[in-house]
Design a protein around this ligand. Structure first.
Ligand code: C2E
Ligand code: MG
Ligand code: MG
Ligand code: MG
Length: 276
């Protein structure tokens, strides 16, 4: 145990765990800073299966940080670090650029891919320059806006009214929005009806608790979203049994380890070639 003197003169105990945790946070921040500066954030692709055609028609782009010293750092850790450090705008732009580069250099359309989902932090979206930046990156690679779907997670920390304006601007450019991680936060129904979301993504925790028999609400949520005229993607599909039952529930798209884990670009391309 280490002891420290706080400003007021009282002794604040800093345990070894506190010390190690803090050291790890600093190491992650340093790794992230270097990776962004050196444009070393990788993008993996997780296939998304369309139940109507029984084929892979899309994918989700997921950021990866493989540090020379620390190895792979979990996205949850480095995304929140990027938000905290004001680096999320740069990170987001690098991810979007890599996705566009990937689309531009491979004929994904002939491999059946109609869209790539790109996660955006609400913070990143709230920047007034975001729509223009988005447009510039897509134009530079001649990627049509309909090819990119933006995924946003509901957040209580942000000004949803302002977000609505920016979403409106991007929607007018032909960009579709997904509401991510549905079932973890407030799972607001008004959010679905008042914002231009075309797809609602059910969080894997809700999927898993349903298949463990811990909730019976999943089919009702799916039915409700479908009746509102929106698409449903269910995340965390890990078994054939889950896939079958979700198809019967009229879920539009399925994502999960049963189909594939997030794959590096080359492995994703081979997956598409062998699965089609
Ligand atoms: P998300 O957007 O909800 O992404 C889905 C997460 O679930 C991914 O985790 C994916 O690997 C995982 N997953 C999908 N299917 C399964 C399954 O069947 N089993 C299990 N165990 N996991 C599954 P990942 O890649 O660790 O990403 C975590 C979160 O980090 C993402 O959640 C997203 O919120 C954030 N993230 C990732 N890349 C980016 C990015 O480029 N920008 C931003 N702003 N956030 C990102
Ligand atoms: Mg997502
Ligand atoms: Mg999600
Ligand atoms: Mg998530």
């Amino acid at each position: 145990e280490r002891a420290e003197l706080s400003g007021s003169g009282t002794v604040v105990k800093v345990t070894n765990e506190d010390f190690q945790r803090h050291r790890h946070i600093l190491a992650v921040e340093d790794a992230l800073n270097n990776a962004i500066y050196q444009n070393r954030i990788d993008v993996y692709y997780q296939p998304i299966y369309h139940t109507k055609t029984h084929t892979i028609t899309g994918a989700e782009a997921l950021a990866r940080l493989n540090d020379p010293k620390l190895g792979f750092i979990s996205p949850e850790e480095f995304i929140s670090a990027a938000e905290r450090m004001g680096l999320i705008h740069k990170l987001g732009a690098q991810v979007l650029e890599k996705v566009c580069q990937f689309i531009a250099t491979h004929d994904l359309k002939t491999l059946g891919i109609q869209y790539i989902n790109v996660n955006v932090s609400p913070l990143q979206c709230l920047d007034e320059h975001f729509p223009q930046l988005f447009k510039n990156i897509l134009n530079a690679y001649h990627v049509p806006s309909a090819m990119i779907h933006l995924e946003i997670t509901e957040s209580t920390h942000i000004d949803m009214g302002l977000l609505k304006n920016i979403m409106g601007e991007l929607s007018a450019m032909g960009v579709a929005f997904n509401l991510d991680d549905y079932g973890t936060g407030y799972s607001n129904i008004s959010l679905i009806s008042q914002y231009p979301f075309s797809t609602i993504k059910v969080d894997l925790s809700l999927t898993w608790s349903y298949f463990k028999g811990e909730n019976t609400i999943l089919p009702h949520i799916v039915k409700m979203i479908r009746e509102m005229g929106k698409n449903v993607t269910v995340e965390g599909v890990e078994t054939e049994k889950m896939a079958k039952e979700l198809k019967q529930m009229n879920v539009n798209d399925l994502q999960g380890y049963y189909f594939a884990k997030p794959l590096p670009p080359e492995a994703f391309l081979s997956y598409l070639k062998t699965s089609s």
